[in-house]
Design a protein around this ligand. Structure first.
Ligand code: SAH
Length: 536
C-alpha cells in the first residue's frame, strides 16, 4: 500500500493571506500541486522547489483540463504514493466541484482530507465592507449559483422562496446573468429598492465594487466582469459605513519593485499592506563573488587579540574625550573595524566566517550603514558599535570619523564588487587603512519577465521603485535605454536615496521623488505621501 494522500485545499478568493494555516502546510509539504486559475499564483511559491506543479486551468470558458481528467489525475497521483495538494479558489466545497473530486478519490480508495477555505461569497463582500449577516438586517444567508442557463424552463433554484425567505442572497458566477437574476427576484416579490452590490476580484488589489439597488445595479455595475459576486439584501447598504479595503492609502496603485527577488519581500509586503498592487520586476540578482579567497584571507586575519579600545574588546567604547589608543604604524595585524554596507554583505561574510570555523566572537568593532543591515547583524548576535543617523556611505564614514580617530586603523569592508567607492575613499581620507573584499556580487539583469517589462513601458503602472543604483541599471537594461528614457510621465520613479537618484539621472531617468529616510520604510512613506497628496 502506498502513502499517497490528496488534500483538497481552499486557497481563498485572492488575498494569499486568506489561506488556512493547515492548507498552507499541505501546500508546503506536497509532492504535487494541482491548482486552479482562481487560486492566487503567489501561493505557488510556497510549494517545495522540487514539487510538480500542474495547472488545471479553468477561467471563464477556457478549460485546460476537464473535470474527469482532474479527478483521474488526483486519483493517479494519490495511487503513485504522492502527497497531493489540490489547490482550489475560495472553498473547495462551495461551487468548487471539490465534492466531485472527493467522490472520485473515495471511490478509488485514495485517502483524502479537506481543508476549507474562505469562500468568495463571504470574503469579497467582507472586503467591500458588507457583512453577509447583521443583527436586525439579515438573519440568514444563501449562496446561489447564478450560472444556471437562463433559458432553462424549470429551475433547480426555488426563486420564490429565495426572493422572500432569505435575508442575504449571494450569487456566484452570476455577472452574465445579472439582468435575469434581478428580474426573477423582483417578479417573485423582492422589492426593487432592495440594496445590492457587485464585487469583482474581491480581496485582491484589483477589487472593484458597485452598489445600488436591484433596480439599478445592472446599470451601476456596467463594465464589471467575472469573477464577481452579487450580494442582494439590506446588508449591501452597510458598505457606505463599513468600506475599508479600497480606502487604504495605496489601494489600486500599481507599484513596480525592481529589487532582487530574494530581497523583495519586505518592500512588497509593506506596499501590499497599504493596498498596492505590486509588480515584481527583479532587475538584479545577488550571487556569490567570483572568488572567495580575499574574504577568506581577511577572515583568517580576524583574531580577538587585535581588538583595541578596552579590556573586553568590542562593545566597550572609550568614554568621550578619553584618550583613544593610537595604533603604531605600520598598522597592527588584524582589523580594528568591520564595516557592513548591506544585508548581502552580512550574509556573505557570515557564511564564510562559519566555514572558517569562527563565529561572531572573532569580530572587532562593527559598523552598519543602516537599520536593515544592523538587524541582520543582530541575528548573528551583534549590535553595531557605530551606525550613522542617515543611511548613506558618506554618513557612515562621517559617523565613524566622529566617534574616534580611525587614522591608522585597519578597516575591513566586505561588500559587492561594484559598489561606489565613496566609503573606501572617505575612510582613506580619514587615514584608515581599508581592505575591500567581495562578499557577494550584484548581477545587473534579473529575471524580469517580459510581461512586466511591457506593462511598464506601456505606462501601465503608477510607480517604479529603485532601492539601489544597480536596480536602476538593471531597469534601464530590461527596458532598453530608449524605452526607459521615453517612459510616459504618468509612470513616476521613486528612489531610496541620493546615490540611487544620481545614477538614475546619469542614465537619463527623471526621478519624481526621493525617500527622505534611505530605508525601505522610508521609501514606503514617500510613496504614501505621493498618493495622499494626489488622490483624485
Ligand atoms: N470555490 C469558489 C467559487 C468558485 S466558482 C469559492 O468558494 O469562492 C467561481 C465564482 O466564484 C466566480 O464566478 C465568482 O462568482 C466567485 N469568485 C471567485 N473568486 C472571486 C473573487 N475574488 N471576487 C469575487 N468573486 C469571486
Amino acid at each position: 500500500m502506498s502513502n499517497g494522500i490528496v488534500f483538497l485545499v481552499g486557497a481563498g478568493p485572492g488575498d494569499p493571506g486568506l489561506i488556512a494555516v493547515k492548507g498552507l502546510e499541505a501546500l508546503r509539504q506536497a509532492d504535487v500541486v494541482v491548482y486552479d486559475a482562481l487560486a492566487n499564483p503567489r501561493l505557488l511559491r510556497e510549494a517545495r522547489a522540487d514539487a510538480e506543479l500542474i495547472s488545471a486551468g479553468k477561467r471563464g470558458g477556457c478549460h485546460t483540463m476537464k473535470q474527469d481528467e482532474i479527478n483521474a489525475l488526483l486519483v493517479a497521483k494519490g495511487k503513485e504514493g504522492k502527497r497531493v495538494c489540490r489547490l482550489k479558489g475560495g472553498d473547495p466545497f462551495v461551487f468548487g466541484r471539490g465534492g466531485e473530486e472527493a467522490l472520485a478519490l473515495a471511490e478509488a480508495g485514495v485517502p483524502f482530507e479537506v481543508v476549507p477555505g474562505v469562500t468568495a461569497g463571504i470574503a469579497a463582500p467582507a472586503y467591500a465592507g458588507i457583512p453577509v449577516t447583521h443583527r436586525g438586517l439579515a438573519a440568514s444567508v444563501a449562496f446561489v449559483t447564478g450560472h444556471e442557463d437562463p433559458t432553462k424552463e424549470a429551475s433547480d433554484i426555488a426563486w420564490d422562496k429565495l426572493a422572500t425567505g432569505v435575508g442575504t442572497l449571494v450569487f456566484y458566477m452570476g455577472v452574465k446573468n445579472l439582468a435575469q437574476i434581478v428580474e426573477r427576484l423582483t417578479a417573485r416579490g423582492l422589492a426593487a429598492e432592495t440594496p445590492a452590490a457587485v464585487v469583482q476580484w474581491g480581496t485582491s488589489p484589483r477589487q472593484r465594487t458597485a452598489v445600488g439597488t436591484l433596480s439599478d445595479i445592472e446599470e451601476r455595475s456596467a463594465g464589471i466582469e467575472a469573477p464577481a459576486v452579487l450580494v442582494v439584501g439590506k446588508v449591501a447598504a452597510l458598505r457606505e459605513q463599513l468600506r475599508w479595503f479600497d480606502l487604504r492609502p495605496l489601494f489600486g496603485r500599481r507599484i513596480v519593485v525592481t529589487r532582487a527577488r530574494a530581497q523583495a519581500s519586505e518592500l512588497c509586503q509593506q506596499l501590499e499592506a497599504l493596498g498596492a498592487e505590486v509588480i515584481e520586476m527583479p532587475t538584479i540578482r545577488i550571487e556569490p563573488p567570483a572568488d572567495w579567497a580575499p574574504l577568506d584571507r581577511a577572515i583568517a586575519e580576524l583574531t580577538r587579540a587585535t581588538v583595541e579600545g578596552g579590556p573586553c574588546g568590542r562593545g566597550l567604547r572609550a568614554p568621550r574625550g578619553a584618550e583613544t589608543p593610537r595604533p603604531q604604524s605600520p598598522p597592527s595585524p588584524g582589523f580594528q573595524w568591520v564595516l557592513f554596507t548591506s544585508v548581502n554583505g552580512v550574509d556573505g561574510f557570515f557564511g564564510r566566517l562559519a566555514l572558517a570555523g569562527k563565529d561572531a566572537r572573532a569580530l572587532p568593532r562593527v559598523a552598519a550603514i543602516g537599520p536593515a543591515t544592523a538587524e541582520r547583524l543582530a541575528s548573528h548576535g551583534i549590535r553595531p558599535d557605530c551606525q550613522p543617523e542617515r543611511f548613506t556611505g558618506a554618513e557612515l564614514v562621517q559617523a565613524l570619523a566622529a566617534q574616534e580617530s580611525i587614522a591608522g586603523q585597519r578597516v575591513l569592508l566586505p561588500r559587492a564588487a561594484d559598489v561606489p567607492e565613496t566609503v573606501r575613499k572617505g575612510l582613506e581620507e580619514a587615514g584608515a587603512v581599508v581592505t575591500e573584499v567581495d562578499a557577494y556580487r550584484t548581477i545587473v539583469g534579473g529575471e524580469a519577465d517580459e510581461e512586466a517589462v511591457e506593462q511598464v513601458a506601456a505606462g501601465g503602472v503608477d510607480f517604479v521603485t529603485f532601492t539601489s543604483s544597480s536596480t536602476v541599471r538593471g531597469f534601464v537594461q530590461a527596458l532598453g535605454p530608449a524605452r526607459a528614457a521615453a517612459l510616459p510621465s504618468s509612470v513616476r520613479l521613486v528612489s531610496i536615496g541620493p546615490v540611487t537618484s544620481e545614477t538614475a539621472r546619469e542614465l537619463g531617468l527623471a526621478i519624481a521623488a526621493e525617500a527622505e529616510k534611505h530605508t525601505i520604510p522610508g521609501l514606503v512613506a514617500t510613496l504614501r505621501d505621493l498618493c495622499t497628496v494626489q488622490l483624485p
